[in-house]
Design a protein around this ligand. Structure first.
Ligand code: ATP
Length: 306
């Protein structure tokens, strides 16, 4: 059976009369890269703050590596957890090396031999005496991860580490996180408001909206759920729709010339429908629903829009 390093049960957080987290249930498998996806204000940071001990839940429980949140041992288990919540704890007037060294000292570590390898892991090995205040956003994010990795934690909690990075920085961050996960077997919980960005590394997902978990699923399950579509470019979509309606074909019109078909039918069948409608088929291509639109559909269903 899959072992879970984090088990969250009926977790609630209220700020005054606002219910920020509502009965959150989550299981994070050991060794996974767990993507917590939610729009701004969904409650991602609030949940991560509770797990890392920065804030207390109003009700509900959670366990880390089998130790319940009510158990005093939770404090020592938390030492096996690294995190970057909101802005990473970085001293702007110190170099990358000295920032990491300071964290080693904080953790009571007396040997600094592993610092160069850690800086190499986050691609900051060549920054020398340069102060963190002069780093780019991507460099600072990576330094935050190096600091969180001091003491080689079993679980890493990363709050929107990709936020604000340019495409190159996103790729670099993704590769570093994949390396940490595969080489150190670190379980990583990572939040983002953009599912597409997480999709290239996450093994599991939870979708959070207005403090509620809408769905949890593995990356394979997500890929299976994303609707497969054939995109047709035709001379006129208008004439084609009645034929599709008669044949109970599920479709979505893009513009006058493009139409996406969600029902599984062969290309020759599609051409036959087009012939019946007196419409010319220009191209048929595969065009799967985007992950982002899958997520937005879930949110819309919750809001009763769909
Ligand atoms: P973002 O990406 O915008 O940070 P998020 O999903 O991380 O989004 P949270 O920061 O967890 O969301 O905030 C969830 C809600 O809780 C927001 O409506 C926020 O205003 C509210 N909130 C967070 N902290 C507090 C607090 N200390 N007091 C009152 N309300 C708070």
């Amino acid at each position: 059976m899959e072992e879970n390093v984090l088990e969250i049960k009926k977790l609630c957080k209220d700020y005054g009369k606002s219910h920020i987290l509502k009965n959150v249930d989550l299981s994070v498998p050991k060794g996974s890269i767990f993507g917590l996806v939610g729009r701004n204000g969904a409650g991602k940071t609030t949940l991560m703050r509770i797990l890392t001990g920065l804030s207390e839940a109003t009700s509900g429980t959670y366990s880390i590596a089998g130790i319940e949140s009510s158990d005093r041992k939770i404090l020592s288990v938390r030492r096996r957890m690294g995190s970057t919540i909101e802005s990473p704890a970085i001293f702007r007037n110190l170099s990358a090396y000295d920032n990491v060294k300071l964290q080693y000292i904080n953790l009571g570590m007396t040997s600094y031999d592993s610092i160069p390898a850690l800086l190499e892991l986050v691609d900051l090995q060549n920054t020398g005496k340069k102060k963190a205040g002069k780093f780019s956003l991507g460099m600072r994010q990576r330094l935050g991860i190096a600091v969180a990795l001091c003491g080689n934690p079993d679980i890493l909690i990363l709050d929107e580490p990709i936020n604000g990075l340019d495409p190159q920085g996103i790729i670099q961050m993704r590769e570093i996180l994949l390396r940490i996960n595969s080489e150190r077997h670190t379980t990583i919980m990572i939040s983002s408001h953009i599912l597409e960005e997480l999709s290239k590394l996450a093994t599991h997902y939870a979708f959070l909206e207005k403090g509620e978990i809408l769905q949890t699923l593995s990356s394979e399950e997500l890929l299976n759920k994303v609707r497969k579509a054939s995109r047709l470019r035709v001379s006129s979509t208008e004439q084609l729709c009645p034929v599709f309606d008669r044949n109970e074909i599920e479709y979505k019109v893009g513009d006058q010339e493009t139409i996406d078909i969600f029902t599984e039918v062969t290309a020759s069948k599609l051409v036959a429908f087009a012939n019946e409608a007196g419409v010319e088929v220009i191209t048929i291509t595969e065009n799967n629903e985007s992950l982002e639109s899958y997520f937005m559909n879930l949110v819309a269903k919750k809001d009763g829009i769909l």
